[in-house]
Design a binder for this molecule. Structure first.
Ligand code: ATP
Ligand code: MG
Length: 416
């Protein structure tokens, strides 16, 4: 029997409901903030991710799905959206428009070791905004993520924030960290030994070394911010307080990617269900990325959340997901065409309708009614076709009435 690839999911049944609910909720939520939807290719030229995410990142080093197409081009299934959105922003010269605010939703791919909340194909929703350099906006981005997740009924979320400062601050800090970690060289894991030269900050993020006391006691980025960066960070925090967003400052938060500057943040859940995969949303400011990908210097900021991780939390917390209720089930007793016409009329008037297509016996049909649990059952057999009166059964009170065909829509309008 053929099976789905390791690390992928068939999202169906109850899970599909919660998946679609999150997607719809996100669409609606983003319109409150006037963001525009963007849909991008699922694969891009490999070089985009190498340059965009940084060659020494875990994602690009080990986790990408790379392939060579039939013309010999190197392609990569997107491991995240940011690089693609920036590519599109530059390619379409959107920077001439000033401010641009996008949101997206779709699959990302990473060749990781699958476990709960860690998949090889997973769904990210997120935003990227260009052209705004204002600490109040950083705070708004963080609050937007927090408010959205809260609106799904997720409680017990923690917002962790940190600042890496501008290019100059980040550079000074990197040097300090390199010096500090060089003294610990022998204890570093093999990957971190390599990182020490290329990007020492990433060692603080390491899932192994990051847990060690020596690394935990490393100098903090906030202590190396220049005046300007410090002021920027203070304003972000001030604004978060104004917006009443609970946050924790976490100096170990440096984020795994090369492109971040100033504000970085993560939203984590303290529910044990997710184990180490407990970061549900992550993001930050990236003022150098557009330039790095050959665009004009443009500030940018964004975040991405993992939909499957949200689904696990929503299930765990028994978050409310509205059901789609069936208004009408049509029992088509002798497979008459008239029943399908009634179904069509009702659906055109906005009622949710299911009909029996199989010409089953009465007993089987009532079983179907139990399964679908409609508000009304409309029975249409020979008598009904002849008389033009439909038999309508209220599935709550079990009361049965005859309703003239031309009045059925009014009847349902009044009762549903
Ligand atoms: P982690 O530390 O858990 O590996 P990350 O830092 O690699 O996460 P990001 O690149 O910031 O993750 O991606 C943003 C969000 O996408 C994460 O916070 C998480 O919710 C989700 N995510 C990332 N990788 C996976 C994965 N392999 N499976 C499911 N969700 C994922
Ligand atoms: Mg990861």
């Amino acid at each position: 029997m053929l099976q789905k690839p390791k690390g992928t999911l068939d999202i169906k049944g109850k899970d599909a409901k919660s998946y679609k609910y999150i997607e719809n909720a996100f669409n609606n939520f983003m319109s409150l903030y006037n963001y525009e939807y963007i849909k991008l290719p699922t694969f891009e030229v490999t070089e985009l991710f190498y340059r965009g995410m940084g060659e020494s990142t875990d994602v690009v080093n080990k986790e990408t799905y790379d392939f060579i197409d039939k013309s010999g081009r190197k392609m990569t299934l997107r491991p995240e959206f940011t690089a693609g959105v920036v590519r599109s922003f530059i390619e379409n010269k959107e920077y001439t428009d000033g401010i641009k605010k996008y949101f997206y939703f779709g699959s990302s791919f990473r060749y990781e070791r699958p476990q709960k909340g860690r998949l090889r194909e997973f769904t990210q929703g997120g935003v990227e905004a260009f052209g705004i350099k204002n600490p109040a906006f950083d705070a708004e981005i963080i609050s937007m993520a927090y408010r959205f997740l809260s609106s799904l009924g997720l409680v017990n979320l923690k917002v962790r924030i940190n600042s890496l400062g501008d290019r100059e601050s980040r550079q000074t800090y990197s040097e300090m960290i390199r010096e500090y970690l060089s003294k610990d060289y022998d204890n570093l894991c093999d990957i971190c030994k390599e990182r020490l030269n290329r990007n020492p900050l990433r060692i603080l993020d390491c899932k192994y070394d990051g847990e060690r006391e020596y690394i935990k006691n490393a100098p903090k980025s906030v202590d190396y911010l220049n005046e300007e960066s410090k002021e920027y960070y203070n304003k972000v925090k001030e604004m978060l307080e104004v917006l009443d967003i609970p946050y924790i400052e976490d100096s170990s938060l440096v984020r795994g990617l090369d492109y971040y500057s100033h504000t970085v943040f993560e939203i984590v859940s303290d529910l044990e269900e997710l184990g180490k995969a407990n970061t549900v949303c992550a993001g930050g400011r990236y003022d150098n990325l557009v330039e790095l990908l050959d665009g004009p210097t443009t500030p940018g900021i964004g975040f991405a959340f993992g939909v499957e991780r949200l689904m696990i939390l929503m299930e765990e917390l028994e978050a409310f997901i509205p059901e789609i209720n069936l208004d009408v089930f049509i029992m088509n007793l002798d497979n008459n065409l008239y029943s399908y016409q009634v179904a069509d009329d009702l659906r055109n008037s906005g009622f949710t309708v299911e009909i029996d297509y199989t010409n089953k016996n009465m007993k089987a049909l009532w079983k179907l009614v139990d399964k679908y649990n409609p508000r009304y059952v409309i029975i249409i057999g020979e008598d009904e076709v002849k008389s033009g009166y439909l038999t309508v059964k209220d599935n709550i009170t079990k009361e049965e009435t005859k309703v003239k065909e031309s009045e059925i829509i009014d009847f349902l309008d009044m009762n549903i």
